[in-house]
Structures are given as C-alpha cells and as structure tokens.
Design a protein around this ligand. Structure first.
Ligand code: NAI
Length: 469
C-alpha cells in the first residue's frame, strides 16, 4: 500500500474524530486523521470541555475557601486570586491532554495529517496545508467529524476581547467588573459561574422564559433559584438587539421579546453563548453529493453513512445533542460499522451535565416530554438535605427525580441537581441502558454514606416508600 492509501480517513480530531480513528485502527484498518489546527483534540480539549472544567474546579475552590470552609472550621486568611496561575493550570491540562492524543495516535499507528481536509472525487480526501500545498489521500471510507462553531448574533461582532465567545471567555486576562452573558444554556451558565465566583457581577440575558431549555422544567426552576442565590441576575424573555463598543466596555441594547421599551446595559465583557452550529465550511459537501438538513447538519442513515456511499459523519455535524460523549460513541459505532461489525448508539441513554455548582445532570425523558407524548408515569424524588453524606459535605442543595413508566416501572428519565450530579447520573444511565425498573434501582445495595443513596431513595419514592423522608 502506498503512503497515501488508507482504509479510513477521519476529518477532524475532536472527541468524535480521534476516538473513531483509534477504534478503526484497533480493528486493523489503516487509518489517517486530518486536523487543521496544530493541536489534536478539537473544541472539547482545546477550547471547550477541558479548559472550562479546569477553570470551574479552580474557581469553585476559590469561592469555597472564601465562604464555605469556615463552616467546617477551616480558617483561611489573606485569600488571594492569582489569575495567571489559574490560567496556567488550565493551559497545562490542555497541553498535556492534547499531547496525550498524539501519543495514542503513535501507539495505534494512526497517520496524523495537518491541514484542511475536504472531500474530493469518490474515494479521495484532499488536504491543504498552511502553505497552500495539496495532498490527495485515497481512502475506502471517510468519516466527517468536523464538529461545530459558536453561533453568532446579527449585529454583534465577536472580537474575543470585550465581546467574546466561549473561547475568549476561557482566556480573559482579568476578572471583568460586569460580565453580561447572552444565552442561559450550558456554556453561558458555566462561564457565568467561573467569573461570578472570581468576583464579576453577572447578568444573564435569555430569549426564552426559562433557563437551560431542554432540561426538566422543575429542575430548571430550582436551578435558577440557586443561581440567584449566587448573585446572578437574569433577564428572561429578552432579546438583545445590538452591541456597541464604548471607551471602557460594551453598551448592549435589548428589549422584551413580547415587545415593550428597549433598555441599555453597560458591560465590561459580553459573552455570546447562544448555541453552536455545525462546522462544514470548506468540506466540499455539495460537490461530493453529501446532503444536509435545513439547519446545515449532515444527514446520515442508521449506519452513520451520508447520501454519498463510503462517506460517514458523526458528532456535532449530524443531528442530536452537541456533546463530546455522544460524538465519541458515534465515532466508535461508525468505525465498527465500517469494519463490518454491527454497532449502534442508544440515544435514550445519553446524559447531559451542566458543571455549575450545584451541578445539573439529566438522562432520558423530562416530565414535559412524557406529558406531551401522553405516557403515564410515576415520579419519585429525594432531597439532598436528607442525605447524610450531603450534610457532612455541606452540599444539601438540590434533589434527585426518577420518572418511571406507570405500568412497567421501567425508568424513563432521571434528573438531578446537586453536588457531583454529573457523576451520580452514570448509575442512572446504566439503569436506562439495561432497561432497569425503579424497583431494580431501589433494591440495589448502595454504599453508605454516599450521595448516590439519594438516587436509590428517589427510586423508592416512585413507589412512595422512601426511608429517610
Ligand atoms: P445552548 O443551546 O445550551 O444554550 C443557548 C441558549 O441561548 C439557549 O437558552 C437559547 O434559548 C439562548 N438564546 C439563543 N438565541 C438567543 C438570543 N438571541 N438572545 C438571548 N438568548 C438566546 O448553547 P450553548 O450554551 O452555547 O452551548 C453550545 C453547545 O455546547 C450545546 O449544545 C451544549 O450541549 C454544548 N456544551 C456542553 C457542555 C457540557 O456538556 N457541560 C458545556 C458547554 C457546551
């Protein structure tokens, strides 16, 4: 086989792409991964999940040391923030992890090709490097895993200094006096948490009449109360109509969605976090005959194959939640299908987590979705204030809710707000994956004292027999 002949070429090295490449190589396929950026890992590792979690952790420790530790008899004097050190920690974590992927590529004999990948004639991927030189890769199968980019708002130009996307919000060189966040979704609330904990005044502007759309309504309402207690201000049902750079910051104009008087808000920094859009620029989809839907997402069949034979797509560029773990699972499935195996992704068992404090975690259907679908269900819930471990940790905010089919008792959804909700949810995801009933969860022995006991109690409460309330 010549140097440029492959069984699989993956375009994009985010969590979808690099995992697909590793799985394909494990299955004995000669694999290449094309990446336009100098580091591997895509949005998640470079400017998304990982750096945001490094800052969320560090800022939470700072806030905790400033307030909560006193309650535990731990006195901290002269607490200070060293923002450059905090940013340095974040950069090191990102650097180490992106190098880790390069190491995994070497270990699995995957060819890393730096440049912009595009579909060429059938069986070809054309890579253009920084100098404009083109290389043609011949491949039996191509996996498009090019991810997504921040969506923009008309009339608002992101300069990554005063008007920032999530990328700029992860790299501010000082704590803004007033941070205005447009969009009360995952990114908006995580970044608002980071900078709010470090001392910024926070205002969140949301178009809808609720925050975290898509999450269970009861959870969202309670979550908003928690965030208000953390001094975040919310302007719901409000649309931003313009942003003007001023001498020291940004003047934002906005008005109620239903109509009414416009107002202006002064901000030091504005974060635009109104969703993400599939990134397919320059891929040559149209010439290659790859169809997209109305929202620009690539259409695929149940085997992740596009309208062009031999071209597959996974992750944020196709339908479904734009989440790293969803992309990873699709990457594995696509590689296995290309290798001739039967593989699939269970979309009913994909967790969503917002890494604020408390965390929000959710899997399966919400009460709103069940009602709309006319499915009879029983709900059980349990507050963390009644959980011994949560009390010992002074982490009593929040609750667990289990939704189970009224007839079969099969678990249909689990929604958690609380410390470590993102870890606790894994047990609920497994339960849904295995088709467990609420009774199965309730009869499973849980170590004491752990936060997960709240999940067991909520499952017991589905049958109105929780012990500790
Ligand atoms: P999102 O879809 O979660 O939230 C965007 C919010 O902006 C929504 O509440 C929407 O109603 C609001 N919005 C839209 N247009 C608006 C406007 N003109 N004015 C005011 N509000 C407006 O999107 P987000 O937070 O930007 O995140 C993008 C993607 O990244 C999401 O799909 C998310 O799943 C993913 N992500 C996941 C994380 C995690 O797993 N923890 C962390 C960060 C991002």
């Amino acid at each position: 086989m010549s140097e440029n002949n492959f069984d699989v070429v993956v375009i994009g090295s985010g969590p979808g792409g690099y995992v697909a490449a590793i799985r394909a190589a494990q299955l004995g396929l000669k694999t290449a991964c094309v990446e336009k950026d100098p580091t591997l890992g895509g949005t998640c590792l470079n400017v998304g999940c990982i750096p945001s979690k490094a800052l969320l952790q560090a800022s939470e420790e700072y806030a905790h040391a400033g307030k909560a530790l006193k309650r535990h008899g731990v006195m901290v004097e002269n607490l200070q923030l060293d923002l450059p050190v905090m940013m340095g920690h974040k950069d090191k974590v990102v650097g180490d992890l992106t190098k880790g992927i390069a190491h995994l590529f070497d270990k699995n004999d995957i060819s890393r090709i730096t440049g912009l990948g595009a579909l060429g004639a059938a069986g070809e991927v054309i890579v253009t490097d920084g100098s404009g030189a083109k290389t043609v890769l011949n491949t039996k199968s191509t996996i498009i895993a090019t991810g997504s980019a921040s969506a923009s708002l008309p009339g608002i130009e992101v300069d990554e200094k005063r008007i920032v996307s999530s990328t700029g919000a992860l790299a501010l060189d000082q704590v803004p006096g007033h941070l205005v966040v447009i969009g009360a979704g995952y990114i908006g609330l995580e970044m608002a948490s980071v900078w709010g904990r470090l001392g910024a005044k926070i205002t969140v502007i949301e178009f809808l009449d609720r925050i975290v759309p898509g999450m269970d309504g009861e959870l969202a309402t309670n979550f908003q109360k928690m965030l208000r207690r953390q001094k975040m201000k919310f302007k719901l049902s409000t649309k931003v109509t313009g942003a003007e750079l001023t001498e020291n910051g940004v003047a934002l104009t906005m008005e109620p969605v239903e109509g009414g008087a416009a107002e202006t808000l002064e901000a030091d920094v504005v974060l635009v976090a109104v969703g993400r859009k599939p990134y397919t620029e320059g891929l040559g989809l149209e010439q290659a005959g790859v169809k997209t839907d109305g929202g620009g997402r690539i259409e695929v069949n149940e085997h992740f194959e596009t309208s062009t034979a031999g071209v597959y797509a996974i992750g944020d560029v196709i339908a479904g939640p734009m989440l790293a773990h969803k992309a990873e699972d699709e990457g594995v499935a696509a590689a296995e299908i290309i290798a001739g195996q039967k593989s699939h992704v269970n979309y009913d068992a994909i967790p969503g987590v917002v890494y604020t404090h408390p965390e929000l975690a959710s899997v399966g259907q919400t009460e709103e979705q069940l009602k709309e679908a006319g499915i009879d269900y029983n709900a059980g819930s349990f507050p963390f204030i009644a959980n011994g471990r949560a009390r010992a940790m002074s982490a009593t905010d929040g609750f667990v809710k289990v939704l189970a089919d009224a007839k079969s008792d099969r678990i249909l959804g689990v929604h958690i707000m609380g410390a470590d909700a993102g870890t606790i949810i894994a047990e609920a995801v497994l339960a849904i994956e295995l088709g467990a009933s609420a009774e199965d969860l309730a009869r499973t022995c849980h170590a004491h004292p752990t936060l997960n006991e709240a999940l067991k109690e909520a499952a017991l409460d589905v049958d109105e027999r929780a012990i500790h309330v």
